[in-house]
Structure formats: structure tokens, C-alpha cells
Design a protein around this ligand. Structure first.
Ligand SMILES: [Zn+2]
Length: 125
């Protein structure tokens, strides 16, 4: 699974606005567009003109995205793993094979939690 904007694989994608836009589209169902000239610097907006939220770096946005995802998938675990990693498991009921989508960031910290949540969510939808 690769980013529709930059082509980077989901498991290697950095936390940035490109990933935020991908999450907005794939998980939140909000088409986005890139406005290089936006007067407020809102480079990534949804079609209704709102800023794309910082899902991959803001734990509050990531958490709200998880809440929205619950209509499509069952979240079974979000944890900081063994203490030096961020570990996110999402059971994607929407998948016919019932597989779980998993994202673990090695040597991650809680600061990486939004990124791990985004990667797991993208795998789950
Ligand atoms: Zn990308």
C-alpha cells in the first residue's frame, strides 16, 4: 500500500502533511487538495475548505480519527509496547479475512504514537 501523493509505502511514510492528507482521504473519507498558494499557508485542505488536521503528529487528531475509524474497524490495542516502542493494533472487521492491521515503530516514543496510529489505520481501511 503506497501513498497516493508521494508513492512511499505506508510502513515507511514519515509523519508529515502528505500522510495527514492520505489519512483524511482514506480513513476520514474527505477528499483533499494541495493549495500551494493558500494565503494562510493551508497547503492541504479538504474540498470544503477546511485545513487537513495534523493526524500524524497531533495525538488529539489521531485519537479522534481512531474514534471515526470505529465505524469501520475494531480497535483492539493501542499501547507503548515494551516501553521503547509505540505499538498499535487495529482489528479490521471490514476486511473479509478478518486480519488485523498492525503498526509498530521501533524505538518509537509516545511522540510517535500519532504516526503509528495513522499507519495502522491506513492498513485497516
Ligand atoms: Zn505521501
Amino acid at each position: 500500500m503506497n501513498c497516493p501523493h508521494c508513492g512511499i509505502r505506508v510502513s515507511e511514510h514519515e509523519a508529515n502533511r502528505c500522510l495527514d492528507a492520505w489519512v483524511a482521504e482514506a480513513v476520514m473519507g474527505k477528499p483533499t487538495r494541495h493549495n500551494a498558494e493558500h494565503w494562510m499557508g493551508w497547503h492541504w485542505t479538504t474540498k470544503d475548505g477546511m485545513r487537513v488536521r495534523w493526524y500524524s503528529t497531533d495525538i488529539r487528531a489521531a485519537w479522534e480519527m481512531l474514534c471515526a475509524l470505529q465505524s469501520k474497524a475494531r480497535i483492539i490495542r493501542v499501547s507503548n509496547g515494551d516501553g521503547d516502542s509505540c505499538d498499535v493494533n487495529i482489528l479490521a472487521d471490514a476486511l473479509s479475512n478478518g486480519q488485523s492491521a498492525h503498526s509498530k515503530i521501533k524505538d518509537g516514543t509516545l511522540e510517535n504514537a500519532p504516526l503509528a496510529i495513522c499507519r495502522a489505520a491506513l492498513k485497516a481501511v
